[in-house]
Design a protein. Sequence first.
Lengths: 287, 494
Amino acid sequence: MPFKTLSQTFELLSGSGFLLSNEQKAVVDFSLPLKKTEANLAELWLWGKLVALDGRDYLIAKGTTEPPCVFEGKLQVDEKIYYSQDGVNWLDLAPIDEEMAQRASTLTGFLEGNPGYIYIVEEPAPEPEPSDEPEPPPKPAEEEEEAPEGDAEEAEEPPPPEPLRFEITESARIRFMVEVISFSTNVIPKGFYSITSKNELAPNVLFSGLQYPDKLESYIHGGLGAPLSEDVQGSWTIQYDTFRGLATLRSLMFPGYVFVFKSDTNEFDALYFGTGEANKDMMFMLA
Amino acid sequence: MSVDSTKEAISFLQKTNSIAGGTVYDHLAAVVGKLLEDRPNGPVDLRESSLLVKKTEYVPEDTHVVPPVRQNPLKTASAKEIIELYRTPEPPINASTGEPEEVIPPNEYEVENILAHAAMFSAVGIGFGTTEWYHTMLSMKRLGEDPVKKLQSIRFFGKFYATSADYYVFECIPKTFPDPVADPTDPTVMPQEAPGVGSNACQYYVCTRLGGPVVLLPDVHPTHIVQARALKRLLTGDLKAEVSKLPRFDGCEENYLRAQIARISAGTKLCPNGYYNPPEGEEEGRIVFEKAEDFEAPDPASLAEKENWAHMVQHIKVQGRCVWWAPPEPEEPEEDAPEPEEPEESPPIMSTIDQDVPLPNFNAKKPGAEEEEDEENGPGYAAWTLVQSSALRGEVPGSPAGQVVCMRSNLWPGAITCVSGTSFGNIYVGFGVKYSRFLPPPPPPVKSEYQPPVPEDIDEEDPAAKELLVEAQELPPPPPPPGEEGEEGQEEED
């Protein structure tokens, strides 16, 4: 489970440069538990911070009403995602459907800082259905440009249909980013959670530590996921401080995600602090 | 029952049950033993006894409970290094006299007020925990007091994340710069800038662990900067590691790290405009900074304007140097020699950041942006973002002279400059990569095949000359006609 207090999280994750400003740290310590009570959530934790262009960064928190349960071998999680730009008010991020997620995945660049900002995604229009009349003979595009005088038949061809424009709000894009990053990260020490008799995922009472905390095989994605060693090789860096018993994992696919695990108290936490974009050049950057 | 059927019955009872791990025979024996031991009142309740036997049986198997890994007492080296930072080193004992040697007095140096700057950075949410800042400060103290290195001033440049260890970088100016590297034998090769000049204005010391050994990075060569611009690589944590073969990088990780430091410093080291008097020495590359006497603490509202921030480091030109270098003109200019290049004009030092080139925005057109496409810069992201320590309106009482205002770089994510009252600080915390897509270089042009040299004055009509031509083109001799091949063919087959 996340560390008992936020300040402990920051103290251990600060080696990776992640901090909230003093003001935000002070207010989030109170506003998060308050939101948890108001929204009737079982758990609410700080997930991270998405950087915005105008300086009003988005703090993201995740919450669940009931513990995740295992159904037919898969994990069912009902997560609510909240965002806040000042640390005081936490607002809902509405879930998005697959189509919108697909379009949001084509967007690149910084977040603007305004949740209502609208991005335009253009998609080529679907091809027109074939009509009953015989179509004019298709001419390659080059010939059309070189011989504009052309035949009378070319003039009869309809202009290419305009691409379809879809609007994606920034809050939808944020939701998409949080889901994508969580899917690829969400690191947990192996054996930390176990399935109870009610098919719920609960902290394993018998967990007594990792045998090899300095190896990627000891960490898995989510409750039932695959170990990190099965991810793209080299996409995780792991540093283990044997004296303090502190393992630090950093993701190179989503730079800014940091996970720490403390061997002596068997506690862990993770935070994301970045632009929210995947590192598309990762394969060029690795040795 | 006959003996055979008894034996058969016993062997059946002794079949191992794969789930429970025991046999029916053993279980029956255990139940009978328990009954005789406990002598319960209703011994016919076999089921209960049987259950009790099963539950209380302990079979030591491989459990999932693993003893936690305790601190390996041998690996305390890193912790000891940290503790050493707090101690003053004892003078070594001279072997011959048996008395401690004379202590060389520690060096006198100037250092940035790192803990005050740490408070400033943490007010906007960048930096490390208090423990790490304190150890950084102690590392700088030890670096400054070192009488051998003789440093004049030290500044904490920042922290680079690498795959196996992180780099802590200290920017230093020594009291005396070393002599410049001897002139290369070939004057047409671009030399690196002399120590103390241009991109080599400062020296950089690096350590991978606070308290660990500190290494001086070599001076940067213009080739390193030009090649680093074409690369996008992560640091590994080993200074001698190879960086890249394609695109080519002539050097190892210490050269690459030094080149990135030079680029980040030139692109993101800022100061409030007016903090320094207009610096002199720009043409030679030796900048002398003088703090302006009448500099007043800028109003936080005015710091929101980008005109009030200025670059402190000279711009690095495309050729990789801050000061333009052109090869010396040959005494007898050749007819086909290209004209000498015009020196590239760079923005002067102390140019304000509102003139920084915006970053390209690859998203689809924003609504209404079609009219803006004709402008010079086009839609793009500002290169700098303003961050303030407090979202509250009005002055925040008690904080150092009001709000801490910070400019965060979007081009080099992780580079920030903070201003609070009359003091300011720069720091870089990041992976050392620019916010730009990597363009793999196109493959080099295909080389043409080997053309043997053809003698120039050859008369093609002359049959002897024709033979020469044929030989020169290395054609194989024509194969003999099939009829004559007879014996030769058989010999060849052997």
